[in-house]
Write a protein that binds this ligand. Structure first.
Ligand SMILES: Cc1cc2nc3c(=O)[nH]c(=O)nc-3n(C[C@H](O)[C@H](O)[C@H](O)COP(=O)(O)O)c2cc1C
Length: 178
């Protein structure tokens, strides 16, 4: 696991290859194995492989979603606030788990933030996707995870660049490392 994390980078460039159905099934299993507060499972997941829909989803935001157009797979992660007040945490855990499992399969992925983001000055990214995919109120979209076979390799972040100053010892004022 730590070796996966040492090599982990967001990947936004993909080959034109589709993702093997067995891999998609493994990714779905990873989502469904994510832990949730009180085991309430407030999430739902929309697996999108339709090229036309991926193109439209890539226009969810003005910045930071366009690369989804060239991804063979997008997983839209939704949460239901009626089911749990901590649905954002539950959705985020499922998202990072599926990204990590994707990496373990040799795939590349990147998170696209939707919650709290705008589509344009008139509508939110959430409402744009709601209309596109028929998501009922009050279910919300947390994010989309773009996944594909990487067409680039990104350098791992060296251990020497980790933000150890953000780690404290016992009290906030005291650094963990001198
Ligand atoms: C909560 C969250 C939201 C993010 N939203 C976006 C996004 O909308 N578009 C994007 O291209 N990358 C997005 N990213 C990816 C980050 O930009 C990326 O993780 C960060 O720059 C560090 O790079 P690395 O993942 O390669 O280490 C998001 C990541 C997280 C954790």
């Amino acid at each position: 696991m730590i070796e996966l994390l040492r090599k982990r980078r967001s990947i936004r460039s993909y080959t034109t290859d589709s993702i093997e159905p067995e891999m998609v099934r493994t990714l779905v299993e990873a989502l469904l194995r994510a832990p949730t507060s009180r085991n309430l499972k407030p999430w739902s997941f929309i697996v999108v492989e339709d090229r036309d829909l991926l193109g439209k989803l890539s226009e969810s935001k003005e910045h930071g979603s366009s690369f989804l157009r060239r991804a063979p797979l997008g997983i839209v992660i939704c949460g239901d606030p009626r089911v749990s007040d901590v649905w954002t945490e539950d959705c985020s855990i499922a998202a990072i788990l599926v990204q990590t499992v994707a990496q373990s399969l040799g795939l590349g992925s990147c998170w696209i933030q939707i919650r709290q983001r705008r589509h344009d000055e008139n509508s939110t990214a959430d409402n744009y996707i709601r209309d596109l995919l028929g998501i009922p109120e009050p279910v919300q979209v947390e994010c989309i995870i773009a996944i594909g076979h990487p067409s680039i390799a990104r350098e791992p972040v060296p251990a020497s660049e980790l933000d150890y100053h953000k780690v404290k010892r016992n009290r906030f004022s005291d650094p963990w490392q001198e």
